[in-house]
Design a protein around this ligand. Structure first.
Ligand code: GDP
Ligand code: MG
Length: 204
């Protein structure tokens, strides 16, 4: 049986979206990940193509269905009529908007590593819609946008950052943006304080 990988080896894909780059938030976003003790194993500036963005959002074959259904349920819970009752039609439109948004300028792609990094990063990123993202999260603190405004204006919601939603999603997204050789394995001195079992390397 294959040995279970230590939790400290978990990785996630994070992207500063084009609006985050333009807003001058690259440093702030990196700082929040560093502050939690996570390790940056890859980073680069990318100019995404529409094809690469469509592939990114549809790496999970269920994404079109799930996102369409979630969006329809969202409209109904607010007492609104969805623009269509076909989840695939809804997601087609979301995808069209996402391609325009994500190819509007350079973005920063990063891979962060550490224990529970996927869940911890989602926590500091906050909910998808900045109007309702918690205070203290990146989306909650640095941008205001809403489905109401973005839908009315026929565009994607601007929420500064992407982060993988699950370990499985990260496993598909990381190779979509990075070659294996771009991911650097190295030791960060702070990891000893986070993960060393005996914590016996401190005293002289
Ligand atoms: P994230 O993981 O928090 O970025 O959100 P998802 O993976 O669920 O959705 C990806 C993207 O699809 C979001 O960033 C939005 O641009 C778009 N999206 C998701 N849900 C909705 C929705 O209910 N309405 C609209 N208009 N767009 C949505
Ligand atoms: Mg997502």
């Amino acid at each position: 049986m294959a040995e279970k990988q230590h939790l400290s080896k978990e990785r996630t894909l994070v992207m500063v979206k084009p609006d985050g780059v333009q807003r001058g938030l690259i440093g702030e976003i990196i700082k929040r990940h560093e502050s939690l003790g996570f390790k940056l194993v890859a980073i680069k500036t990318v100019m995404p193509t529409e094809k690469h963005i469509e592939e990114h959002y549809t790496l999970d074959p269920e994404w079109r269905k799930v996102t369409g259904e979630k969006t329809i349920a969202g409209y109904k819970s607010k007492g609104m009529t969805p623009p269509s009752n076909d989840p695939f039609e809804i997601t087609d439109n979301i995808l069209k908007c996402l391609k325009k948004y994500m190819t509007s300028g350079p973005a920063i792609a990063m891979v962060w590593q550490g224990a529970h990094v996927v869940k911890m990063v989602r926590k500091i990123v906050g909910g998808t819609e900045p109007l309702t993202s918690d205070v203290g999260t990146i989306r909650g603190d640095y941008v205001m946008d809403s489905y109401e405004m973005s839908d009315n204006d026929g565009r994607a919601i601007r929420n500064l950052i992407h982060a993988s939603g699950s370990v499985e999603e990260a496993a598909m997204e990381i190779p979509h943006w990075f070659d294996e050789k771009e991911l650097i394995d190295y030791r960060l001195v702070g990891e000893q304080i986070l993960y060393d079992v005996n914590l016996d390397g401190i005293m002289e």
